[in-house]
Design a protein around this ligand. Structure first.
Ligand code: SF4
Ligand code: SF4
Length: 201
């Protein structure tokens, strides 16, 4: 029975003077592997606020709220990295492929969870007939660029993408209960209203 104890003692002494297998963190920084999955980070230029990543997030680390009564109306995306499991679903399902990426930032521990979040706000374009959300302004501009000349077939895309040039989209009273009119063609409409218009004329 004594022999194993002596062997363990020998191993302990050998470990003290032998090669180190652990890092010296936090005394020294740690360099993680190239493909390490750390804190998700938004690219504010390439994120269009579409919300696809929110739908793909399994832990509600990404959430979305909209305020349609604000002037101007907006959508806010919130990332709470204290809830993130670093699965990478958000990055894999990003519409632009570059809006959010997992960084190599891993040292995220803290005592105050209220500071472990960030928010990004996007202006919304609403249907001029029923007030429903058509999309974020950035999303519509992105679509127009992707479609090129094909975007000319959709008045909503053209009007909404050029709203800044036109001085903004004046949103009149919601007329959901009224019949669609031929003049509604040249308006920013949600897919439901656009469909209703197309089958009416
Ligand atoms: S890495 Fe996974 S858990 Fe974290 S924000 Fe992205 S989808 Fe959500
Ligand atoms: S899916 Fe990509 S582009 Fe869309 S909101 Fe998320 S990060 Fe931004």
């Amino acid at each position: 029975m004594r022999l194993p104890k002596i062997r363990e003692l020998g191993e302990a002494i050998g470990a003290i003077f032998g090669r180190r297998y652990t890092t010296r963190f936090p005394a020294c920084p740690v360099d993680v592997p190239e493909r390490y999955r750390g804190k998700p980070e938004f690219d504010t230029d390439k994120c269009i606020g579409c919300g696809a990543c929110v739908n793909a997030c399994p832990t509600e680390a990404l959430t979305l709220v909209e305020d349609l009564n604000a002037r101007p109306p907006f959508r806010r995306l919130t990332l709470r990295w204290d809830r993130c499991i670093f699965c990478g679903n958000c990055s894999e399902n990003c519409t632009t492929s570059e809006g959010i990426k997992l960084s190599r930032q891993w040292d995220l521990a803290g005592l105050d969870r209220s500071v472990m979040s960030e928010e990004h706000t996007f202006g919304l374009v609403l249907c001029q007939r029923c007030g429903a959300v058509v999309g974020t302004k950035k999303h519509i501009i992105w679509l127009c660029r992707r479609l090129g000349p094909l975007a000319y077939s959709n008045p909503t895309l053209l009007l909404a993408s050029g709203a800044d040039v036109l001085g903004g989209l004046a949103r009149g009273p919601v007329r959901q209960d009224q019949q669609v009119e031929i003049g509604d063609f040249v308006q920013v409409l949600c897919p439901r209203c656009r469909y209703q218009l197309n089958i009416s004329f």
